[in-house]
Design a protein around this ligand. Sequence first.
Ligand code: F6P
Length: 492
Amino acid sequence: MPQPASLPDLRQLFAEDPHRASSLSWQLGGMTFDWSKLHLTSEWLGTLQSQASDAGYGEAIDRLFAGEVINTTEGRAAEHLAERGSGSDDSVALATARHRRMFGLIDAVEAGAFGDVTGVLHIGIGGSALGPALLVDALGRRERRYKVRVVANIDGQALDEAISDLDPATTIVAIASKTFTTTETLRNADSAIAWLQENGVEDPFGRLIALTAAPQKAVEFGIDETRVLPFAESVGGRYSMWSSIGFPAALALGTEAFTQLLEGAALVDAHVREATPDANLPFIAAAADRLYAERYGAGTRAIFAYDERLRLLTPYLQQLVMESNGKSVSVQGEALHVPSSAILWGGTGTDAQHAVFQLLHQGTHLNPVEFIAVAQGADDQDAAHHRALLLNAFAQGAALMAGKESDDPHRRYSGNRPSATILLDHLDPQTIGALIAFYEHRTFAEAVLIGINPFDQFGVELGKSIASAIDDPEGREGFDPSTRALIEKAGL
Ligand code: F6P
């Protein structure tokens, strides 16, 4: 791998410091964070405090936790922390009351207010789908009390599949949309209502529940106010799984599990609030991300979950990081002189080892990798499975760093390739809450270091407005010849 001249040699860093493995590993929220196989030197670690103060990280954190208007381009606070107990008293009280309302509706479902309920069709997209889908898939494999199906794509095949094993007579439909205007979600909602109707459900609207920051729009859609679960406008879509957007997870996993999820996140919030920059794990991780992006030119970062239960983690984190920090201008609107956040990609191990790891071991890119594994397995198979899974995860990190000499250039591995490992003790609601909060804070810290606003997403909005303009034959005239030809070819 051609390397930036200043890239230190990891093997040498370990040789020079016998305590490196322990001094660059930390414990938090039932997780071990091992950052020792990243190119972090003691000299760099000594700059963390000044990096934080130069970027104004302390003030930014104060403003975030106080619920001040830090999403300046949209004139809003970013109050997802209030969902787990941090923020202005009013916002925390409101979030708590709204959780109670959500739990009350769950009690009503359980008490039979909707008749016999066996399943939930959750309709939403982006931040209104990825969180609940991840939680239910990760935590609800064994004891899920209801069948949960999540549909996001406007492609009818996605809805076909989602309803294929749901019984319309015993299914409730949760329509999750912060704005309650998103085309995909409203299209899928209309089709789901038609599905209920066509299958003999007398009052399909009576089976709908809205999860939204625009309650009035949900009521106008035809959902009774008693079945609208609101959350605050100041909670961003990709930060919203802690709010009523998490309804299907709270229903399927139980309200106690949902409370533990919030507690896990609160634990990381407290850490971020209290730790100095050189001991603040999300800040250290974000500063390391900047080191690779800015000094060493790494354009991507890969995350591999060595646990099938976390197979939806990478898509979740892709939205969190890339929608938040994929920006070209600073908070003040000036062009950035540093790269925006790295492209996040990844998958699950060990599958990915036999597909994309070739490039990681021998490709020419510098590509920091993150391994996420869970010490305690949960499968019904021989313990050899989980043991091999974990050993594979650790072996990959070791091989990326160590490399291997050979006289044959095709069989040579340069090594000195960076990886970080997060090892969870168990996968439970509290730990997954802490894990996701860690990534949220890391994303925020990286935004502060870059100098951008992580809470808007104007890039996606251009695509949304163009998609509706293109549906209008007159509006199409303004489109380029290539696009017009494609529309014609498809017969639209
Ligand atoms: O695509 C942009 C986006 O606004 C995401 O940020 C959001 O999570 C998603 O669309 C869904 O939006 P809504 O929850 O308003 O339907």
